[in-house]
Design a binder for this molecule. Structure first.
Ligand SMILES: [Fe+2]
Length: 303
């Protein structure tokens, strides 16, 4: 356990990714030391599990806003009533049981996601979160060189029925799915992203990545599956168990996550608020670019 200058206690959850953070009061006003502690811990551990933090929507919003400019709830899905920056993550509408990084179909996906527990099933419902930097570091050298040279197209509109493991929307109600794909977005990202704050390199894929630039469908699927299999190796993954009043913050620039559908259809409700991100940059310095759709209403696009 590490104790920071602000008195926070940080306990690592694995040797690669994830830490439990206690001793920092996030329910009141946030001073600059508190925010600096949060930011440093997040960059170091990629995932922070913060128990005993009862938050209403406005307080969750304020914590996220202390870490950067907020996005709206989602580019296409409507926000929680009266809270334009809050997305209701509700098992009755959608079960996110596929590996993904949030909102990678736009040119500047959110930098940070915050999730607050509202209703937790009596068993199951854990969130798996994977370290995409460890996955990159441990690729055999020829695969790392290949990854460095590739770019992938991510989209919110694809054939969810035939896309293999991308079963994120099979269990969604039809209205949710229609809303999700109401406007088509497509962006091209480097397959290896350089983290803008730490300089770490991570594989940048997830369920919205649908093809590799310059390759056909079969080769794209095979390569995406190959790189995904390195990201989701058990050693790269922390399994986050939910408790009432628990806040989880993760760095969306260098992780993927998966909500396990193992709670027998019982209610599971979280609220999500995300911090806007920059435009990803690859190892060659080339940036992502938007191919279809204007997402600037959702998250201002930096120059
Ligand atoms: Fe997500």
């Amino acid at each position: 356990m590490t104790i920071t200058a602000t008195g926070a206690q940080i306990t690592r959850l694995t040797d690669r990714i994830g830490a439990r953070l206690t001793g920092l009061d996030l329910t009141g006003d946030l001073d600059e030391h508190t925010v600096a502690t949060l930011r440093e811990a997040l960059l170091a551990h990629k995932v922070l599990v913060i128990p005993n933090t009862p938050l209403d929507l406005d307080r969750q919003r304020r914590i996220a806003a202390a870490l950067g400019p907020l996005t709206l709830a989602h580019p296409t899905v409507s926000a929680a009533p009266g809270a334009p920056e809050v997305l209701a993550v509700d098992s009755e509408r959608n079960v996110a049981n596929s590996w993904h990084t949030d909102v990678t179909f736009i040119v500047n996906p959110p930098a940070i996601s915050t999730l607050a527990a509202k209703i937790i099933p009596p068993f199951g419902g854990e969130t798996l979160i994977a370290d995409t930097a460890a996955a990159y570091r441990e690729l055999p050298e020829p695969l790392r060189a290949l990854a460095d040279s590739l770019r992938a197209v991510h989209t919110n509109v694809h054939d969810y029925v035939t896309s293999g493991d991308n079963d994120q929307y099979e269990d969604a109600d039809d209205d949710y799915r229609s809303e999700f794909i109401a406007t088509r977005f497509e962006s091209e990202h480097p397959l290896v992203r350089v983290h803008p704050e730490t300089g770490e390199r991570g594989l940048f894929l997830g369920g919205f990545a649908q093809r590799i630039v310059g390759l056909g469908g079969q080769d794209s699927r095979d390569l995406i599956r190959l790189f995904q299999s390195h990201i989701t190796r058990p050693r790269n993954v922390v399994r986050v168990t939910w408790e009432p009043d628990q806040l989880v913050i993760f760095d969306n620039r260098i992780t993927q996550h998966y909500a396990i559908d193992n709670y027998a259809g019982l209610p599971r409700k979280l609220t999500r608020v995300t911090v806007g991100g920059d435009i990803p940059v690859g190892v060659d310095g080339a940036r992502s670019r938007a191919l279809t759709g204007d997402s600037s209403h959702y998250s201002p696009i930096p120059d």
